[in-house]
Ligand binder design. Structure first.
Ligand SMILES: Nc1ncnc2c1ncn2[C@@H]1O[C@H](COP(=O)(O)OP(=O)(O)O)[C@@H](O)[C@H]1O
Ligand SMILES: [Mg+2]
Length: 222
């Protein structure tokens, strides 16, 4: 269980997150929606231990975020900007990042991780991959150490529909088959409605809430 309790974040005098509380169970896919600048990335970065909240607390499997080092092994984070080595092949990227991660994965296991997401260009350099394939590689890298909490910042933005569907299906399977906790942001409301069990609407704008209510989705009040 991920528990977020009374979380607030200010940048200087500007309040971005204000008293946000919610819990997420194993196997749930949670969508974060809200207008640009609402604080979605900030919330993901705090959950990824990359930023500290101004106040409030977070626990993952009852472990406090105060002890960041231990927690990082449980967390996979896919930032909005793709961070992979362009000149390297898919294989070289996976092997490189495996050495940085805690897991001791074999090459076969790394390859399977890619294939599970329909990323089948093992020997190809990243420069020859489509945007969707690069995204998949970025996600595969974040999963090398087998984290239980997976956080993704707009993983499906700007890529082709087929890759979007494949990534969506894959995230759903990770949650339902492996019990991972998944939180991700997207502006594609159809995708959010299809993929997510529950949705957090961040910010004041009632637009997202209205849309989701009409679609009969469960909204997490924050
Ligand atoms: N490191 C930072 N320092 C100061 N302000 C920031 C920082 N990161 C984000 N912000 C501001 O906080 C607000 C929320 O940003 P962000 O979390 O990126 O929103 P979203 O992902 O929903 O678009 C924005 O107004 C942004 O300019
Ligand atoms: Mg953002």
């Amino acid at each position: 269980m991920l528990k977020v309790h009374n979380l607030s974040k200010n940048y200087g005098s500007r309040s971005v997150l204000n008293d946000v509380s919610f819990n997420v169970k194993e196997g749930e896919v949670i969508g974060l929606v809200g207008e640009n600048g609402a604080g979605k990335s900030t919330l993901l970065q705090i959950l990824a231990t990359l930023q500290r909240p101004t106040s409030g607390s977070i626990t993952l499997y009852d472990k406090s975020y105060e002890n960041k080092k231990k927690l990082r092994k449980e967390i996979g984070f896919v930032p909005q900007d793709i961070a992979i080595w362009d000149e390297f092949t898919v294989e070289e990227n996976m092997v490189f990042f495996e050495k940085l991660a805690w897991g001791n994965k074999t090459k076969d296991q790394l390859k399977k991780l890619c294939l599970d997401m329909k990323l089948d260009r093992w020997k190809e350099p990243v420069t020859s991959l489509s945007g969707g394939m690069k995204r998949k590689l970025n996600i595969a890298i974040s999963l090398i150490h087998d984290p239980n909490l997976l956080l993704l910042d707009e993983p499906t933005v700007g890529i082709d529909l087929k890759s979007r569907k494949e990534i969506g299906n894959y995230l759903q399977r990770l949650a339902s088959d492996k019990g991972k906790i998944i939180l991700y942001t997207s502006h594609d409301m159809d995708e959010i409605i299809t993929l997510c069990d529950r949705i957090v609407c961040i910010g004041e704008d009632p637009f997202y809430q209205d849309l989701l209510q009409k679609a009969g989705k469960s909204i997490i009040p924050v």
